[in-house]
Write a protein that binds this ligand. Structure first.
Ligand code: ZN
Length: 405
């Protein structure tokens, strides 16, 4: 029986997806997926659970960070603690994220999971399972080189309001990191029914559709989940993916299909994790990461570079930096977009409240808004290149008394 299973699994994994891949890359994807084993996931899961509840700021949480740091270092990733402090719920929190980097030459791909938990539980599914997946994928990928840089990040402060990821995403945004996509795994190991085992949720931001299509292809050729798709808004969200989405990055969040009744309860323990399901969810994530690690980016990279998120402007000058993404503009307002692509950028369109106001055919792509305003607006830019387009949008609060000339 075991032999038959191995043959069936190998056949499944060797099926080609419709994306054209060189045999060598196909082989690499299969290798990465195959090295995600039940034994490995079980070890990581049990190790993380063994620290007990991992409340941000506690000794247990720090010990867990140290364990993740050691794992990343053992995989020869460029490893660091990312210390953060943030205010929420009238309190100041301090914590550590842990980052392991597999360096490539081009853009950045981020895969993350939070390792903190609430107080009364070991948080097996929420989210030791996601961290076990993070470690297993990092280990599998670390045996290879990839074209893009892969950043594996374990976040703390999630349960207090996405605090660790918010600081991390804000710093990436301020540095101008060109992150193609951010993947978040939070609660990916619970399935009680046969239906739950068959299904997996994938939620994505608007420009990540091409990646979702690749996930579907890889899934259909290998694991064969029934994928349940959803959208990620830039304005709200319940896990660390939101920190990236609100700074304008593309994001994909993975979740188990079934509601987990043990979430934030003592019963969220090892015996309530479905290990076979976790193997499959992790393998699918590993496959897409290995594919994307070498992939040609299918959409232009686009960033609304001015105004910046988290600023107050007065007549075109930045006068104050905020720790959130609010943007408040008094007077003159300039919109600027940065776009790049392996192909020529054909044009960049500028919209306010979904009304097309200007089209720019040459860099620098910019437009100065005019008119009277006292309120909130959505500004949006769309870049077209190689038959594809990308969108970036943000909310601004704009106060201007000078009428259009
Ligand atoms: Zn969680």
């Amino acid at each position: 029986m075991k032999k038959l299973c191995i043959i069936v699994i190998s056949l499944l994994l060797l099926t080609n997806f419709s994306v054209e891949l060189k045999a060598e890359k196909q082989w690499k994807i299969n290798e990465v997926m195959n090295s995600i084993t039940k034994e490995k996931l079980e070890t990581y899961l049990k190790d993380i659970i063994s620290f007990g509840p991992r409340v941000t700021g506690s000794e247990e949480c720090k010990e867990t960070a140290k364990y993740i740091y050691e794992c990343f270092s053992n995989f020869n990733l460029k490893t660091r603690y990312h210390d953060w402090s943030a205010s929420a719920n009238f309190k100041t929190y301090e914590g550590q994220n842990v980052e392991g980097v597999l360096e490539g030459d081009e853009k950045i791909i981020v895969f993350n999971a939070h390792f903190d938990s609430v107080a009364n539980t070991v948080g097996a599914d929420d989210n030791a399972a996601g961290v076990a997946a993070l470690l297993a994928v990092a280990e599998a990928m670390s045996k290879f080189d990839f074209r893009h840089t892969i950043k594996f990040v374990a976040f703390s402060g999630e349960e207090q309001g996405l605090l660790g990821s918010n600081e991390y995403a804000r710093e990436a945004y301020e540095r101008g990191d060109e992150i193609i996509i951010e993947f978040n795994a939070d609660m990916i190991g619970h399935a009680e029914s046969k239906e739950g085992e068959r299904k997996f949720r994938i939620y994505a931001t608007e420009d990540a559709d091409w990646i979702v299509r690749r996930i579907e292809e890889i899934n259909n050729a290998t694991i064969g989940f029934e994928l349940v798709k959803g959208n990620i808004s830039r304005r709200y969200g319940g896990s660390d993916y939101h920190s990236f989405a609100k700074y304008g990055y593309e994001s994909i969040a993975f979740f188990e299909y079934e509601w987990n009744p043990h979430m934030h309860q003592p019963a969220d323990n090892f015996s309530n994790v479905n290990l076979n399901y976790l193997v499959n969810t992790t393998r699918l994530i590993a496959g897409i990461m290995a594919y994307l690690g070498d992939a040609e980016i299918e959409k232009p990279y686009l960033l609304l570079s001015e105004p910046k998120r988290g600023r107050i402007y007065f007549n075109g000058n930045e006068i104050y930096k905020l720790k959130n993404t609010a943007t408040i503009i008094f007077g003159k307002a300039l919109i600027e977009a940065k776009a790049n692509s392996p192909y020529k950028i054909d044009k960049v369109e500028f919209y306010i409240d979904n009304k097309l106001l200007y089209t720019d055919y040459e860099a620098p792509y910019e437009y100065e808004m005019s008119g009277i305003s006292f309120w909130r607006h959505e500004i949006k830019v769309i870049a077209y290149s190689g038959g594809k387009h990308s969108i970036d949008r943000m909310q601004i609060f704009w106060i201007n008394f000078k009428p259009r000339q």
